[in-house]
Design a protein around this ligand. Sequence first.
Ligand SMILES: NC(=O)c1ccc[n+]([C@@H]2O[C@H](COP(=O)([O-])OP(=O)(O)OC[C@H]3O[C@@H](n4cnc5c(N)ncnc54)[C@H](OP(=O)(O)O)[C@@H]3O)[C@@H](O)[C@H]2O)c1
Length: 284
Amino acid sequence: MRTIVITGGTDGMGAALARHYLAVGDRVVVIGRDRAKFEALRDAAGPPATPAATGPAASDAGPVHAEFVAADLSSIADTRRMVDQLRREHERIDALVLAASYIRQRRHLTAEGYEASWVLFFVSKYLLVTGLAGRLRAATRPIVVNTAVPGARADAIDFDDPGMSRGFSFTRSNAQQRRANELLGILATAEDPNLAYVTWGPSGLVRTSFAGEVGPGMKISAAVFGTVLGKRPDAAVRPLIDLIDDPAPGRAAYRGTRPTPLVAGGHDREDIARLAQMIERDFR
Ligand SMILES: NC(=O)c1ccc[n+]([C@@H]2O[C@H](COP(=O)([O-])OP(=O)(O)OC[C@H]3O[C@@H](n4cnc5c(N)ncnc54)[C@H](OP(=O)(O)O)[C@@H]3O)[C@@H](O)[C@H]2O)c1
């Protein structure tokens, strides 16, 4: 039985993946904030597995192996606590899917004093990928799927002010975290050449919760293009399931089923090393 860890597994595409992997008998660890959403998902998937029925035959018989870890991934302390908990409770992680999302169109400082989107969409992912590296290494064919749409420009990161204290723009913030997440794959695969690290975005809008605090323009676009015209999450994640089930070591990027070239900058290794240093220094 594989162990699949999914951030944002309570809703949207993360929940669609959780439903799929519970249905095929894997152990799914859902990370999110809303326990009630997790319980609804788990109860719909089938009866829970009892401790005595955790062998391979148990999954064929139908019980689901679902676990919930509550964590606010815009909090550094909570993310570190959750990573420690996962390390204590799981010797091996086969797939780590990073799909938590909370869209903020404006700059927002967390109670810890950090810019919320930078933490949720990059720093927490860095802490998960690096903190769980040993558990991923224990899997035969490990994969990290980072749902940070690939393809941002190589110079998208403001290394002097990633929290954008001198002027926030949603577009720049989004490009910055997408770029940083593509670079994170360099670090992850350098430490474990057997690891597949995929940055993935859907091929179009998907009918998800679009959780966040956004203005009327984005609300209307999400309602029209997402809710009405968007794909169902279960259909949108089909290509992701194929990638997770047959991972190829190394970095790759996709939009839906379509491979897209990784953006190569002139200083990629230096850039991710700089980000790593910054996180270890500033996000204790
Ligand atoms: N939907 C689209 O059309 C689209 C397009 C391009 C890219 N994407 C990307 O696809 C990924 C999944 O997006 P989605 O639209 O499927 O998401 P979604 O339906 O909006 O669900 C967001 C998920 O993130 C969790 N979450 C939000 N804030 C959190 C926090 N502070 N700490 C922990 N968990 C938190 C939520 O959990 P709780 O409810 O439990 O808090 C929920 O499970 C994201 O990376 C997104 O950027 C989506």
